[in-house]
Design a protein. Structure first.
Length: 172
């Protein structure tokens, strides 16, 4: 009359699987907490590099900018900029000190420039001193100032290289 259902009965299923073992892993496993609550696991693979921050041509910034990442400036900055890789766009103007590991100038800089690797493109206009480890100046670039090579141009001691102006009051 009444018979046991094969679903609840232990033993091999028609496909060769045991119903307890097929259902047991889902039921016996503890709930896995969401990844947000677990601490990050350090890995040997480096993280993906975030994209460069871009300051568009309609932006005017009055103040200093500091980043460990990459910055592309297309607007106007009145202040110092420090970044890992820094690109000054063709229509950009910076009035202040520019410091970076890799600096590419397509636009205008009025102030000192310090970088491990500095490149002035044909559209660059620089009015100020350049302290660098390596430099490339393309034909057509405009530059007024002095250039000095240093093994560590990013160190803060670079300011002392400017020659002191002779005191005009020393008449004798």
């Amino acid at each position: 009359m009444f018979s046991k259902s094969k679903i609840n009965e232990p033993g091999p299923k028609a496909g060769g699987q045991d119903t307890k073992t097929a259902a047991a892993p889902a039921a016996d496993k503890p709930a896995i907490p969401p990844k947000a609550s677990t601490p990050p696991v350090p890995s040997s693979t480096p993280k993906a590099k975030p994209p460069a921050s871009t300051l568009s041509s309609d932006i005017v910034i009055k103040g200093d900018i500091k980043s460990t990442g990459d910055i592309i400036v297309e607007g106007t900055v009145e202040g110092d900029i420090r970044a890992h890789q820094l690109t000054i766009g063709e229509g950009a103007t910076v009035r202040g000190e520019v410091v970076g590991d890799d600096v590419v100038i397509n636009g205008r800089i009025v102030g000192r420039l310090r970088g491990l690797k500095v490149r002035l493109t044909a559209t660059a206009r620089v009015e100020g001193d350049i302290i660098h480890k390596t430099i490339a100046i393309e034909s057509g670039a405009h530059f007024e100032g002095s250039v000095q090579r240093q093994d560590d141009p990013l160190s803060g001691g670079a300011k002392k290289i400017q020659p002191a102006a002779p005191a005009p009051a020393e008449k004798g």
